[in-house]
Design a protein. Structure first.
Lengths: 233, 452
């Protein structure tokens, strides 16, 4: 049973992390072997639907940037000697590969993932390393946004691009990362964590009927994709 | 419960001891305030108490620290943590999870608390810090003050017999501060030994606790209280910041942060903006500089309508000093940080001297203490010679002397026709600076005091 959570959490968030991992990995593998645009489109449509139900939204600016990137990728593939169909297939495959993991990662908290993994009796040190790595990148992203704001306020982003990147972002970010690591390792010990010690868990995620429903939908989607691939070959 | 005996410590390659012959003890049910000016060795002492010195930080150490009759030098930090809970000064990077309830559960899980007790302990801890309403929130959406309360709840949930709090009042609003001090008194009555590191002595001493005053790492007698510099009244001039009917919400699911909010800051005027944690003070400053766009309404900064195209123009005339100085220091020396604003070397040196940073010109900004870094960012902003300065919590980490230096320079800025908008929870700042004191509450501004 899940404890009470943020009201913005959807049933996708509450799925067992292993269910999401299995579906994400399964779809990525399927995408590698498929070369039918309709099959790949179906998988991508499933992923978009999952993201939509999970409340994940993409801003107009990001949508425009992503579309421009994908059109560029199609043109580049086409100019490299592929047919138009192949160019579309490569692009769709890329889209499935790069969207499956983030959609499932965005809807799974690191704590839930480690609680699931702890049921496999993995060492606590490894699980904690996973949590810290998982948290490191969003933290650095947040820091980078503040640093860029500060650089803008100080006028550091007005000079040559080398100065903008190195002085304005990279160097402060490296210092922040070092400070963050130091503070975090101390805070970890102060909160009583030891990699060799036993820990309890607030709760262990358990598979529920929604996991079954979600897995069945993903299997149906995969089977239809495979049929489309086979019948339209 | 906590006892330090002839404790001395010297950092590697330093000639002066950071701590020298420290001796004190805190019994169950007692609160001890450790105060002193910035850089007096408070943080070093905190590190020695929790065992980070000598286990994680190297140096020349002598004397002893006993926590619950066991030396913290002889057992690892995570074992000392079973008897001594410590709240670090900077609460921004201490979280390991992304949800409030999980964050409180983290320590309980480390302490092997049985699963059926964890939920109750989480609720009790949140109730103690009056933060039950935050239980379902994501940590990334909390303000600094709210986050501090959650980290304190995470500490209290562990129920250690001794507590060490490093600058616990730094980001708290007045109500939260009173609640915290009241809570500390209640915890002491329940038998906890509490050590509070805080340079704002007057606030903590109200609890009737005893005090150890440090200066240059040595216990000394506390100085007589000095009045904080009081800013002089001046005549208000042209408007420098106008917010008209500004409405803003973070996302569609949340209530509006500002609802038809209006504000006016004039030249030659200092305005203090107060408000509870999470009321949107920092957001308002970022909006004034064009870094966040309001959903509705109009903002004029130094006569320029703020929009993405005019941001560069706004930056030439206005300056914003953010809360965390670490994000705002980019150059290899203190002098360069100030000189990059294009004023002459003499003016730069004068700005540094005004902020008590004379003699530190060639130091790397990252090597300064937190209070010094904050003064450096203010000096850099002033060196821009702006018409409007926006300061976000300038007094955090400043002792009375350092704060007086800042206020004196800001007074000069206002007397020269500058406009000043400061967000703060610090009564010292609002008393000294507030020509106009405004309270941000429920998305709107209430005038608390206007002395024109």
């Amino acid at each position: 049973m899940f404890p009470q959570q943020d009201r913005r959490w959807t049933w996708i968030h509450r799925l067992h992390p292993f269910t999401k991992m299995a579906v994400g990995i399964g779809f990525s593998f399927l995408a590698l072997f498929m070369n039918n645009p309709w099959s790949l489109s179906l998988i991508q449509a499933f992923l978009i639907a999952v993201g939509w139900m999970a409340g994940l939204r993409i801003s107009v600016n990001h949508l425009i940037a992503a579309s421009a990137f994908l059109i560029g990728f199609i043109l580049l593939t086409f100019s490299a000697g592929s047919t138009a169909t192949h160019a579309v297939v490569y692009t769709l495959r890329l889209v499935v590969l790069i969207s499956a993991t983030p959609i499932f990662a965005q809807t799974t908290s690191p704590q839930d993932l480690t609680r699931s993994l702890s049921s496999l009796s993995l060492p606590q040190g490894v699980l904690m390393a996973l949590v810290l790595v998982w948290r490191f990148f969003p933290m650095m992203r947040k820091d980078m946004l503040v640093i860029r704001q500060a650089a803008h306020l100080r006028g550091i982003d007005q000079g040559p691009w080398m100065q903008r990147i190195f002085r304005g972002t990279l160097i402060p970010l490296i210092f922040c990362a070092m400070d963050y690591t130091e503070r975090l390792s101390l805070a970890l010990e102060l909160r009583g964590f030891s990699p060799d010690a036993l820990r309890t868990s607030r709760w262990i995620p358990k598979a529920q009927w929604t996991d079954l429903l979600f897995s069945l939908s993903a299997i149906i989607c995969s089977v239809v994709s495979v049929l489309l691939q086979w019948r339209l070959r | 419960m906590i006892r330090a005996d002839r404790l001395s410590f010297r950092y590697p390659n330093q000639s002066i001891e950071a701590l020298s012959d420290i001796h004190f003890s805190v019994r169950q049910g007692e609160i001890l305030l450790i105060s002193g000016p910035t850089g007096c060795g408070k943080s070093t002492l905190a590190m020695a108490l929790c065992g980070a010195i000598p286990h994680l930080i190297a140096g020349e150490l002598s004397g002893s620290v006993m926590i619950n009759e066991i030396s913290s030098f002889d057992r690892p930090v995570h074992e000392t943590a079973r008897d001594l809970g410590m709240l670090l000064q900077d609460v921004t990077d201490q979280a390991f999870t992304d949800r409030v309830s999980d964050e409180i559960a983290f320590g309980l899980e480390n302490f092997c608390i049985p699963q059926d007790q964890i939920e109750r302990r989480i609720s009790d801890a949140l109730e103690l810090v009056s933060a039950c309403h935050l239980q379902l929130r994501s940590l990334s959406t909390l303000s600094s003050g709210e986050r501090q309360r959650i980290m304190l709840a995470a500490l209290l949930a562990l129920d250690q017999p001794a507590l060490v709090l490093d600058e616990p009042l730094a980001y708290l609003d007045t109500h939260s501060r009173h609640r915290l001090l009241d809570l500390l008194c209640r915890l002491a009555k329940r038998g906890k030994a509490i050590l509070v590191f805080e340079h704002r002595r007057d606030i903590v001493l109200c609890t009737g606790c005893s005090e150890l005053y440090l200066d240059h790492g040595r216990p000394t007698d506390p100085p007589a209280p000095r009045p904080i510099f009081q800013i002089h009244p001046s005549s208000a001039g042209a408007p420098r910041l106008i917010l008209e009917d500004v409405t803003f919400r973070w996302d569609a699911d949340t209530p509006p942060l500002f609802s038809k909010l209006s504000l006016l800051v004039r030249a030659g005027e200092s305005t203090v903006l107060k408000g509870e944690n999470g009321s949107g003070k920092t957001t308002l400053l970022l909006m004034a500089m064009g870094l966040i766009r309001p959903d509705k309404g109009r903002i004029l900064t130094c006569g320029i309508e703020v929009n993405p195209r005019s941001r560069a123009e706004v930056l030439k005339k206005a300056a914003l000093v953010l809360q965390h100085p670490d994000h705002q220091l980019f150059l290899p020396t203190v002098l360069e940080e100030v000189c990059m604003q294009g004023i002459g070397a003499d003016s730069c040196a004068a700005e540094l001297e005004n902020m008590g940073l004379k003699g530190l010109q060639q130091r790397h900004p990252r090597s300064l203490s937190m209070g010094q870094k904050r003064r450096l960012t203010i000096a850099s902003a002033l060196a821009k010679r702006p018409e409007l300065i926006l300061l976000d919590e300038p007094s955090v980490g400043q002792d009375d002397h350092s704060l007086s230096l800042i206020l004196k320079r800001l007074d000069q800025f206002v007397q020269d026709g500058g406009a000043l908008l400061v967000t703060t929870h610090d009564e010292r700042v609002s008393r000294a600076l507030g020509h106009q004191i405004l309270q941000l509450s429920h998305g709107n501004i209430l005038i608390e005091r206007q002395s024109m």
